[in-house]
Unconditional design. Structure first.
Lengths: 114, 113
């Protein structure tokens, strides 16, 4: 297992298009998180899965965002009708139970909406 | 509002100098993590501190968790160009189902050879 994998690394899309990102966590990790990071800022929490259950979703997340984690393995994050303000780095992280162990992040997907 | 502040926002120093960066909040955390992030990559965990007053050392890096578990500091001795990056602190808040982690805005460190 080489860590958390995210695909694609970069995505350029036109405003109004839908995009989907994929995250493959470390196989032993039952917890999965999505964060968004804009330039000069720290990562901002989007949503959290424990196994296949989505247990928390940020109030900042509009209805255009949806995330799934079927069978508690990989996860997808979809953004519908993209806007220029959605341009950011989307980070996925996974962990075992107990935040004391810290998160393992993927390399992220850089989204640019033109 | 749960907010983590970090200072300074930017730091540029010469190789061999010492530095300290700070992470502060009005919230109490069950634990606090420090990450380093390089451009175009995800953050990489450096350390987790759990107990108030705890001090952890990682080679030239020394991490301290405040007694009240609201603040933390990272001290780097004899900085090297390889230490360049964005240093993020992240606090874990106790919740009923899991410890939610919130991140500070980061300190961008540049070590000049």
């Amino acid at each position: 297992d080489t860590g958390v994998s995210q695909d694609p690394r970069h995505k350029i899309t036109k405003r109004g298009q839908n995009v989907t990102f994929r995250c493959d966590p470390i196989s032993e990790h039952n917890r999965l998180y999505w964060y968004r990071q804009t330039l000069g800022q720290g990562p901002e929490f989007l949503t959290y899965f424990q196994n296949e259950a989505q247990l928390e979703k940020s109030r900042l997340l509009s209805d255009r965002f949806s995330a799934e984690r079927p069978k508690g393995s990989f996860s997808t994050l979809e953004i519908q009708r993209t806007e220029q303000g959605d341009s950011a780095m989307y980070l996925c992280a996974s962990s075992v139970q107990g935040v004391h162990y810290g998160y393992t992040f993927g390399s992220g997907t850089r989204l640019t909406v033109v | 509002t749960q907010l983590l502040e970090q200072s300074p926002q930017f730091l540029s120093i010469q190789e061999g100098e010492n530095l300290t960066v700070y992470c502060n909040s009005s919230s109490v955390f069950s634990s606090l993590q420090w990450y380093r992030q390089e451009p175009g990559e995800g953050p990489v965990l450096l350390v987790t501190v759990v107990t108030g007053g705890e001090v952890k050392k990682l080679k030239r890096l020394t991490f301290q968790f405040g007694d009240a578990r609201k603040d933390s500091s990272l001290h780097i001795t004899a900085a090297q160009p390889g230490d360049t990056g964005l240093y993020l602190c992240a606090g874990a808040l106790m919740k009923t189902s899991y410890d939610k982690v919130i991140f500070g805005p980061g300190t961008s460190l540049s070590v000049i050879p």
